[in-house]
Design a binder for this molecule. Sequence first.
Ligand code: SF4
Ligand SMILES: [Zn+2]
Length: 151
Amino acid sequence: MLIHLSPPTSSPEIARIRVFTYLICAEVVATVSCPRCQQLVDNQAITCPYCRVTLKAYGHPGIPLHRATGNEYLCDRCVYHEDDTCNFPQRPYAKDCTLYQNIEESKLALQQQPYTLSCNARVKSWLQRYQTWLLLLGLLFICFLIVVSGG
Ligand code: SF4
Ligand SMILES: [Zn+2]
């Protein structure tokens, strides 16, 4: 029997491959690396199924319990340690913490904020520039509604 191993060229085959790739990616996104055993685990898991370390605080999947790896302390990379606003007793030697906020991630989020602000500013300036036309259009629309409801 002859088996053809040609690459998929028809669109249903490509669509199937895309869906399959998407599912694989979605699976990867939904997993995190365990800070103790480094195995990939569900990001909603309360404890690691491999080494049983606690991954969520108070047994709630919505409260992540951040853990330091190796000999590091979380406070060394935490925003609240840097700005001296943390009064947790485990500071500066926290190995696990629910409030830990990574400095680099915070800086990245701050850098992305100006883009959001500029989007809002652009919408505002567009509304200001065309407010007369928008007002006229609104009035015309109201007149149109009155005419339609009257007829
Ligand atoms: S919030 Fe947690 S990780 Fe951050 S400085 Fe305080 S104890 Fe350390
Ligand atoms: Zn583990």
